[in-house]
Each structure stands twice: as structure tokens, then as C-alpha cells.
Ligand binder design. Sequence first.
Ligand SMILES: Cc1cc2nc3c(=O)[nH]c(=O)nc-3n(C[C@H](O)[C@H](O)[C@H](O)COP(=O)(O)OP(=O)(O)OC[C@H]3O[C@@H](n4cnc5c(N)ncnc54)[C@H](O)[C@@H]3O)c2cc1C
Length: 390
Amino acid sequence: MKPRDDFEICIVGGGATGWAAALAAAEAGRTTAIIAPPATFPIGRTAALFAGSIELLEQFGAMPDLVSAAAPLQAMRLIDDTGRLIRAPEVTFYAGEIGLNVFGYNIPNRRLVEALSERARNSRYITIFEDTASELSFQPDCVHITTGRGTLLKSDLVVGADGARSLVRDKTGIAVRRWRYAQSALVTTLSVTQPHHSVSTEFHTDRGPFTLVPMQGNNVSLVWVERPREASLLCEIPEEEFARRAERSAHSLLGAMQVTSPRVSYPLSAGLADRFASGRALLIGEAAHIFPPIGAQGLNLGLRDVEALKTVLSLNRNRLDEGTATEFHRLRQIDVRSRTLAVDLLNRSLLTGLLPVQALRAIALSAAGGFAPFRRFLMQQGLAKTFQGL
Ligand SMILES: Cc1cc2nc3c(=O)[nH]c(=O)nc-3n(C[C@H](O)[C@H](O)[C@H](O)COP(=O)(O)OP(=O)(O)OC[C@H]3O[C@@H](n4cnc5c(N)ncnc54)[C@H](O)[C@@H]3O)c2cc1C
């Protein structure tokens, strides 16, 4: 079959990272195809996006569409609720301490994807195929992508933004390491009677974090990490009882609570691709790295993949080729691997019964609470595009 169209970049996947990648490619003046089936969104799901991600959304001109739905995050409070002998003191990180008004914004996933796809629809460089990719074949000088409806596209590069079960990753032959935790994350949204003051609060329990992230008005999104059986039970009990239990776990910090969206429980897992590029294929977002919903890292990292894509597109001014993909892989190594390790260690440090590990955690958080330069260092690392060193 003769290819229907010839593109410089073809993005597979229409989640937030896919649309952002399409906009980045268009911004670099590249002829871009995006293969994106109609999106579906879990009701009430939000993502806390930090300063770097917000900057990127501003560059794409998407923020004006999002301000009416975005909730600012001005402070982050960590509370040790393990009830253990060795406990860390409470620590609050304020954005103002590092010269920022906000760390970022909590944004509903649906609004984010709608805002990005709307921008893409208005770009003359982007052709949208509302379809799925079903086959990829790597030629010496290009990639052929066949869609579910039988359209054949030809592209210099293909970007896999097709999520955790990425077809692009599989067809490229990049292995992925997956691991599971003996935990589940229960997710829902709540209305509360006390103002959250734009403070995100994370209670660290010995089963995992219980996190309340501000939404607009007196609303919060809840990510409650629990043992799988307990999480299933929490999904099944009547809403009123659930709300009472959530209030108890939050020590009534935000007053009485009411459930405002369906409760969904996800088995906690993570994953990491062996490489982030191979041949003429690049992987971004969950096609490259799957994070448990702890520490709000997943999409922030996915949007940093998009920034790296922007960088390599500006370096390779002429024809895009394997060199572009190799450079992308090199740029993403340290950031993705260090964050994967950090989130894994943070989660495991809560679960462990080992006293030395508990003591180390307590010492680190005490230092953060009592020593402002260390606290500022941690905040800067948290927001940095990659680990910056001491
Ligand atoms: C409960 C929860 C809370 C979270 N909170 C945060 C947070 O606060 N901050 C944060 O940064 N991250 C958070 N995350 C992570 C974040 O949601 C993900 O990192 C992000 O949604 C991944 O986006 P993506 O575009 O890579 O993948 P996806 O959103 O999975 O999109 C992939 C897209 O590809 C499409 N697709 C699949 N196969 C094909 C194909 N063959 N052809 C074409 N298209 C295809 C799919 O239909 C889908 O639309 C959270 C995750 C969870 C589960």
C-alpha cells in the first residue's frame, strides 16, 4: 500500500503527553501526525503539575483555558502518621521560601487534555487521525505506521505516547521492567467544610501515603494508599461511612467530608522501559515510565520528556533520524531513573519495619523541618528538571 501522507514526526497516543508532544513538534515547524483515539477519562481524576510543567503549558498557550479549573498549590505539608516509636516531625514546604508564588496547580485531567488537543486542532502543522495505531514497520530511512482503519502513514520519527501498554514500545523491541507493590491506591474527590488554603497535605501511614490535594473551592482530590483488601473494602462501604473514615484519617484537618466522584482503586505498580528510544522510535510518558500515584511525579516527568523532545528537535535542524532518538534517550536517562528510585524508596521507607530506615527518614525530615537551607534544597530538587547535585 502507498503511504497516504509523509510526516516528519508521528505521535501515537492522545493522552496529555501525546498532545503536548504534537504541539512541541509543531512549534519546531515539523509536519506532525497524531494518531489519537477518542479520549476517556476517569471522573474526577486530577494531576498536580509543578512549575516546569506549567511553564510548558504556558508556552503552548493552554493555560488561559485551564485557569478556571486549576487550583494553586502554595504549600505542601508532610505529617508522619505511622504511630511508630520513631516518628518524623511535621514539615511544611512553602513555595514562597524559594521565591515562587506557587509550586504549581492541580488540574483536572479531562480539562488538560481538552485544552492541549484544542490547541493542536488549530495548528497548521498537525494532522489528527482519530484512530489507533495497529502496526509499525521500520524501514532504513523512515517508519511506516498502519492505523486500525487501514491508513498507512510514513514518518521520519515515531513517538510512542501510547501509555503503559505501549504498542510502539513493543514493536520497537524495547523491554520494560514492571513491578508491583502490595498496596492499592484509592482515588476520589471530596468536598470539605474547612478551607484547604492551597496546602497539599500528605499523611504518611505505615500502609502508604494518604494525600489530599487542593481543588477549586472547598474541594480536594484524595489518593489513599492502603493494603489491597482494605482499599477494596473502602470502595464498597456506603459513601457516608467512607467520608467519616476519610475525615478520621485526615484528623478532621479539613472538617467534615462528602464524596463527590466515584471511588476507584488501582493496584499500585510501577515500570521502567530499558531504553527511552531505539532506531527511529522515542518513548514518552507512561510508555517509558509508569509511576505509582505517590509524590505527583508521573505526568510531570512525561511533560519533561516533551521538553527533551523540544530540545532534540531544535538540535537536529534538518532531517530527523536515529541520532535524534539517541540524543533524546541520553537526555532523559538521569531524570527518569533518579525519580523512579526516589519514589520507590519513599514508598518502601514507609512500609518497612526496619528501625534504622525509619530513623533515617525521621532524621531527614527533622533536618528539612529545622534547617531552612536543606528544606530549600529539597524543594529545588523536587521542582528541578533533573538532579542538580549538592
Ligand atoms: C490516581 C492517579 C493520580 C495521579 N496523579 C498525578 C499527579 O498528581 N501528578 C502527576 O504528574 N501525575 C499523576 N499521575 C500520573 C499521570 O496520570 C500519568 O502519568 C499520565 O496520565 C500519563 O499520561 P500519558 O499521556 O503518558 O498516558 P495516557 O494518559 O495513558 O495516554 C495514553 C493514550 O494513548 C492511547 N493509546 C493507547 N494505545 C494506542 C494505540 N495503539 N494507538 C493510538 N493511541 C493509543 C490511549 O487511548 C490513551 O489516550 C497520577 C496517576 C494516577 C493513576
